[in-house]
Design a protein around this ligand. Sequence first.
Ligand code: FES
Length: 152
Amino acid sequence: MPNIKILDHAGNTRMIEASIGESLMEAAVRNAIPGIDADCGGACACATCHVYVDEAFLEKVGTAEDMEQSMLDFAERVQPNSRLACQILLSDKLEGVIAKQLNTVLRPNCGPNKLSFPNRFLSRIPNGAPHTLMQTSDSLSKNSSVHDIHLG
Ligand code: FES
């Protein structure tokens, strides 16, 4: 059961106990870490779980695969140590890993806690997108200024 340290944008630190096999995003959400919204439910389709991995742990955590890197291309404030927390699967070898979360990512057109999908991003959502993404788009159409969302 790896222990993960999360630094928030205000400099506060929280240790969370994670379960082996869950993602860093799942562990953060389960522990009510603010700022890791995970709007797509871990489908690698929103970047609202964007974190910076402490440089000392980069090799252990590994690098982003193509789909994640593609998503990061549209995220804000990307750094060489940026990762999507939903794509980091936790194991014992990640004991003590440190991740710093951002306070806002990829939401330039909506109010706080709302996600927008720029048109250039929508074209990247594959057919048969995960159900969680469908739910997110439903709530978006009700709660945000985004009206032009087409999936599949
Ligand atoms: Fe959406 Fe990680 S939760 S990309």
